[in-house]
Design a protein around this ligand. Structure first.
Ligand code: GDP
Length: 221
């Protein structure tokens, strides 16, 4: 092929090419889990992003989409790991902390009360935490457990990005209306809530871009 041919091919490809992925996943390594306050955690001096939400909010499905690894959920959903904080090293560049899903009705009250102190201790003690991605089901108002989580987040003053999950379960206009309502309830600007569907992939790149933004932001003092 002559040089002329190559540039013509590149130009025509440009018009159809999707925008570049803001978070290309080159490697993903499961590091281990923190089961108790003060228990093991990776000490790698890498920036960290945590993902939080109620059980069943769609966190594993979302992480599968964000990381483009269908196998991801298998680790965090392994019996015994569901109540841990599970750590993954991504691209040798940052740590992803998958916080235990809270508020599961089938877990006894006593059991479900365990998540608060563990998550709170984690949030307070993580020196390289750059941000938390907080998931909420688009159809439901924040529960008392969500409120407790939001209180922890406000207290540690960490940047928070909200994601409204499962938007495919509503019509486009109903989902937009719910996001507006959630923004009022959470007292945040609407653009701090990313509408997301693991089923359609909608919102994946926006969230990936937000994560990349949190990682590149100056570390809060
Ligand atoms: P987790 O407990 O927060 O990790 O939630 P999962 O990712 O396991 O999802 C809980 C349930 O919701 C599963 O049945 C998923 O198939 C479903 N789910 C998760 N995300 C979506 C979504 O975006 N759309 C729809 N329709 N269902 C979803």
């Amino acid at each position: 092929m002559s040089q002329g041919d190559a540039s013509t091919a590149a130009e025509s490809a440009d018009t159809t090419r999707p925008p570049p992925d803001p978070l290309v996943i080159r490697s993903l390594e499961f590091m281990g889990g923190m089961a108790t306050i003060g228990g093991w955690r990776p000490e790698l001096d890498l920036p960290e992003i945590a993902f939080a939400g109620r059980s069943n909010v769609g966190k594993s499905s979302l992480l599968n989409k964000v990381l483009r690894r269908r196998s991801f959920a298998r680790v965090s959903k392994t019996p015994g790991r569901t109540r841990e904080i599970n750590f993954f090293k991504v691209n040798d560049a940052f740590i992803l902390a998958d916080l235990p899903g809270y508020g599961y009705a089938k877990v006894s009250k006593e059991r479900s009360a365990e998540w608060g102190p563990l998550i709170e201790a984690y949030l307070r003690g993580t020196k390289d935490l750059r941000g938390v991605v907080q998931l909420l089901d688009v159809r439901h108002d924040p529960t008392s457990d969500d409120r407790q989580m939001l209180d922890f987040l406000a207290d540690v003053e960490v940047p928070v990005m909200f994601v409204a999950t499962k938007i495919d379960k509503l019509s486009r206009s109903a989902a937009e209306k719910r996001v507006r309502e959630l923004a009022i309830m959470l007292q945040v600007e609407e653009d701090h809530i990313i509408p997301f569907s693991a089923q359609t992939g909608s919102g994946r790149d926006e969230l990936a871009g937000a994560i990349a933004g949190l990682l590149s932001a100056e570390r809060a003092q």
